[in-house]
Design a protein around this ligand. Sequence first.
Ligand code: KIV
Ligand code: NA
Length: 269
Amino acid sequence: HHTVRRHTPRSLAALDTPIVSLTAYTTPMARLLDPHCDLLLVGDSLGMVVYGMESTLAVSVDMMIAHGQAVVRGSQKACVAVDMPFGSYQESPQQAFRVAADIMARTGAGCVKLEGGQEMAPTIEFLVQRGIPVIGHIGLKPQAVHAHGGFRTIGRGSEAEQVMADALAVEKAGAFAVVIESTMEPLSRAITEALGIMTIGIGASPQCDGQILVAEDMLGLFPDFTPRFVRKFANLGQEVDRAVAEYAQAVRTRTFPGPAECVGMPKAD
Ligand code: KIV
Ligand code: NA
């Protein structure tokens, strides 16, 4: 047994290859993703992907902590980031610090992520100055889905200036990285050029300093809704369907369990 050195916000920034990142919510999935990923995000998307919610708005801090613990247990090498859920940080920098400190202390995660640009800059600064590494999240902010008027591409026309201002504010506040979600490609590219900190794209640009996807989306395990920016690298949902159909058939025909799966079963003659 040898100790694997886990990525930190600092070591991520020192990588000379694009940051490879996926979401993870559970120990078994974290084990599968960890060898290949630099950063694992315990995203509040788990509300939709794991709990079947319509949006991320009802996700609680307790849910994020339970799944954060599961992902830290299942990973060795990747830096683990935990999303701050809706309502747990928007009220004040003090509220955000209490929740972020709780998440960090109880999960062992390396950093937190929160949604917002200029309006969240004082909060990001408050956390960073007190020792909590922060990833920002701009462009499409799923916790603001109702304000956005749905899940859509952000940054067409005059909206682009707003998103660029958000990016600059998040960097100035001290975030070590920023997720850019569902934005026009030239805007994501311009933000990546303008910022010194890492940009991690999802529906953004190949020029970002890294990419992130929801693991279930790219594995074909979440059929409910697939945004244009998802590439399906596998169709595991189909594979699960095939396996479960075979199992059902085996149970109904009494061919499962067989002799190898039972103890002391007399041989058929
Ligand atoms: O919650 C999430 O999964 C996210 C990523 C898609 C960036 O915030
Ligand atoms: Na999220």
